[in-house]
Design a protein around this ligand. Structure first.
Ligand SMILES: Cc1cc2nc3c(=O)[nH]c(=O)nc-3n(C[C@H](O)[C@H](O)[C@H](O)COP(=O)(O)OP(=O)(O)OC[C@H]3O[C@@H](n4cnc5c(N)ncnc54)[C@H](O)[C@@H]3O)c2cc1C
Length: 386
């Protein structure tokens, strides 16, 4: 069933095989239970760290694996095929906070935060959204005010993936003053750690899917942040966040490709074994056509994703490409998992088979790191921008 669309190098194939083996042996036996109990297992993150999977695109100089984007994404696909919650934990860590630190961090910040993150000792999170600032993220209201060398932050961040365990959180806050609002240019990025006075973890969301990935609110209440925790330039945080989301969206697309691949595999196997009217249901053309469309759309999503990844590695501007890959892959994952539930009939609607979970997990890929509507806005805007 594996779609060999992009010729992978030997190194890429070997990292893909490591991810596949790890997912099968260390994750698969627990996926159902973690989903049911909404349990996030920190030990898995530690093991993934030992494999170097928490520093995949970080150069060796900063204790990372130093692999290219395509290698990272094929590994992520393998993990997502087995557990989309672990995949998003990896995706956020590898695509957002670590890349932000690599690109805009000082050497001291890299030493203190990036290196242990790349070694898998500290897990990263990304806090842009707020209760009243989602698609319109630039309208965020968390406020940072200078106090001597420090900053004092007040506000609530919402929907923070890995939020209960995130040890290094890249949080966006306003550094413009209420009298002189500068829109997106008034936002800065801060390196927040849970030990800061005034930091607290709020409500944990009780989600439809991705139940083994903790999503929480974070409260900053007169939280004192040392001056050396500002990332890059004051006022550039929103630009950093948006540029990082070009990477992030490739990770979410890989997660969606993995979910769709899993749904196809389970459906093909079930269709071969489930008999009605005296024969396996795969003998019915209606089922064959569904499987054919699932395989074709999945293959198209993966091909676009891999093309976007290689464009990124060539240093090209990938904003449009990355949104296209995320849009196609996420809508494909939702469509493919819907077909999968249909192929399983009543058994697809209960928790005895994995397609019910895959269907629930697929939905969020159309929502986070920009909804499908926002991806379409980005893609259309880019048509006129160059
Ligand atoms: C499980 C999960 C994990 C998440 N993890 C993180 C995280 O780690 N860090 C983080 O910062 N955020 C995270 N998010 C937040 C996520 O990015 C937002 O939910 C998303 O950007 C949408 O924002 P919203 O939920 O406020 O929806 P809204 O922005 O309120 O949108 C509601 C609806 O209106 C539509 N809409 C809005 N504006 C427009 C427009 N201009 N044109 C057309 N339609 C529009 C949207 O597409 C959507 O259908 C996570 C969310 C979830 C569900």
């Amino acid at each position: 069933m594996a779609w060999a669309l992009t010729p992978l190098t030997e190194e890429q194939r070997s990292i893909q095989a490591v991810a596949r083996e790890f997912a099968a042996t260390e994750i698969a036996p627990h996926t159902e239970e973690w989903d049911r109990e909404s349990y996030f297992d920190p030990a898995i993150v530690g093991k993934l760290g030992e494999l170097g999977f928490l520093g995949m695109m970080i150069p060796e100089q900063y204790d990372g694996l130093g692999v290219d984007t395509l290698t990272y994404l094929v590994a992520l696909e393998e993990i997502a095929t087995v557990d989309a919650s672990i995949a998003v934990t990896l995706s956020v860590h590898n695509s957002l906070p670590t890349q932000m630190l690599l690109k805009w961090g000082t050497e001291a910040q890299k030493e203190r935060f990036l290196k242990p993150m790349a070694r898998g000792e500290l897990l990263g999170a990304f806090a842009l959204s707020e209760p009243d600032a989602g698609s319109d993220a630039a309208s965020l209201t968390t406020q940072a005010v200078r106090d001597g060398n420090d900053w004092i932050l007040n506000g609530t961040k919402a929907w923070v993936s890995s939020g209960t365990k995130g040890e290094v959180i890249l949080a966006m806050a306003r550094t413009d003053s209420p009298e002189d609002r500068r829109g997106a240019r008034g936002i800065s990025a801060f390196i927040v750690t849970p030990d800061l006075p005034g930091f607290s973890v709020g409500k944990k969301e009780d989600k439809m899917g991705l139940r083994a990935s903790p999503t929480v609110q974070l409260h900053f209440s007169d939280m004192r942040v040392p001056g050396d925790r500002l990332l890059g330039q004051a006022g550039s945080g929103f630009i950093y966040a948006m540029q990082s989301l070009d990477n992030g969206r490739l990770g979410i697309a890989a997660q969606a490709v993995g979910i769709a691949e899993a749904a196809l595999r389970h459906s093909a196997a079930y269709a071969a074994e489930r008999k009605q009217f005296g024969k396996p249901i795969k003998e019915f053309q209606a089922i064959q056509f569904k499987l054919a469309d699932m395989a074709s759309r999945g293959a198209a999503s993966r091909a676009l994703l891999h093309a976007a990844a290689t464009a990124k590695d060539r240093g090209e501007h990938i904003t449009q490409f990355s949104s296209m890959a995320k849009l196609l892959a996420s809508e494909t994952a939702m469509w493919v998992t819907t077909q999968a539930v249909q192929i399983f009939g009543g058994y697809g609607y209960v928790k005895d088979y994995p397609v019910e979970r895959l269907f629930r997990d697929a939905k969020v890929t159309e929502i986070y790191e920009g909804t499908s509507e926002i991806q379409r806005i980005v893609i259309a805007r880019e048509l006129y921008s160059r």
